[in-house]
Design a protein around this ligand. Structure first.
Ligand code: NCD
Length: 307
């Protein structure tokens, strides 16, 4: 049976730490060529720059052949359903399908119809973005190695963010005790009630003494209710500025999964400032995805002898 990578919920603390160790080993040059003679298909039904390019780079660095389907020119435009596209790629011999889709649960549903190929969830609607959470944990670990002592704040549009959910789950699995959510009431999801997080409506109160700040974009394309939020009002209260950052710990790091809307959720001065690790996240995205491929290969008993 193929092993899939669909949700952070499926991973134990040990599994996450193992993936982070594999990623570090790749960055230090200890591992290579895990995917020789393997085929990886990128199936992105939503726009993407970082996730799609880093999956492609990760797979190629591991020796795989990569197909990046242009959905606008694929048989989806002729009415083919996504499950048939996935089964077609599997029948051709693809070993991994990396899937991003606007619908929650789509990666899981595709995984259920496949026999031999592994599915990696590269973002399913507002549900999860587990590979982003892995690269974010890798980044945090490189700057702040002791997870349990950290205070991490996630700021912005939590309601529409799959990154927020996957990161909260990963931080909890890694036993981070102090997780703060900073957002206006209109952008808070109901599921927060089930999770042990502290909610702040005031940016300055929420940022006091934090070690890590994860800033999220306002995801207008996922807002179905007109007028849910007024961007300039949001910005006045929640934009992470140098002044707001000053209430966090002096060595706090600032993260953002991208794409950044400069001047809305975060100022350019903070994005480009000394505490920003946003480009390190991008760098880590490649190693994190290489590690996820290797982790799945090991789980499926397919590890190459020279890896
Ligand atoms: C995020 C996504 O697509 O969920 N971006 C990413 O993968 N780097 C966040 C976002 O779109 O704001």
């Amino acid at each position: 049976m193929p092993k899939h990578f669909l949700s952070i919920k499926e991973l134990s603390k040990e599994a996450i730490l193992e993936i982070l160790n594999i990623a570090m080993a790749f960055q230090q040059g200890y591992l290579r060529d895990t995917l020789q003679r393997k085929w990886v298909a990128n199936l992105f039904f939503e726009p993407s720059t970082r996730t799609r390019c880093s999956f492609e780079m990760a797979a190629k660095q591991l020796g795989a052949q990569v197909l990046s389907l242009d959905i606008n020119y694929s048989s989806i435009q002729k009415g083919e359903i996504v499950f048939d596209t996935a089964k077609t790629l599997e029948a051709m011999g693809c070993h991994f399908l990396v899937v991003r889709h606007v619908l929650e649960g789509m990666s899981q549903q595709i995984a259920e119809v496949l026999q031999t190929a592994s599915v990696i969830n590269a973002g399913d609607g507002q549900n999860e973005h587990p590979t982003q959470a892995i690269l974010d944990m890798l980044t945090i670990q490189q700057y702040k190695p002791c997870f349990s002592e950290l205070c991490v704040a996630i700021v912005g549009d939590i309601l529409h963010s799959r990154v927020a959910r996957s990161n909260i789950l990963a931080l909890q699995t890694l036993e981070v005790k102090n997780i703060r959510i900073i957002a206006p009431l209109a952008l808070l999801p109901l599921y927060l009630h089930e999770l042990k997080v502290q909610v702040f409506e005031n940016l300055y109160e929420g940022l006091v003494g934090v070690d890590v700040i994860i800033v999220l974009r306002v995801q207008k394309e996922r807002m179905h209710h007109e007028g849910l939020i007024d961007m300039s009002t949001f910005s006045q209260s929640y934009c992470v500025t140098e002044k707001a950052l000053a209430v966090a710990k002096p060595d706090a790091i600032v993260m953002h999964p991208g794409p950044v809307n400069r001047g809305i959720e975060i100022t350019s001065a903070v994005v480009d400032g000394p505490q920003s690790v946003i480009l390190r996240q991008v760098t880590n995205g490649v190693a994190a995805r290489m590690a996820i491929f290797k982790f799945l290969m090991e789980l499926s008993g397919l590890s190459a002898a020279n890896a």
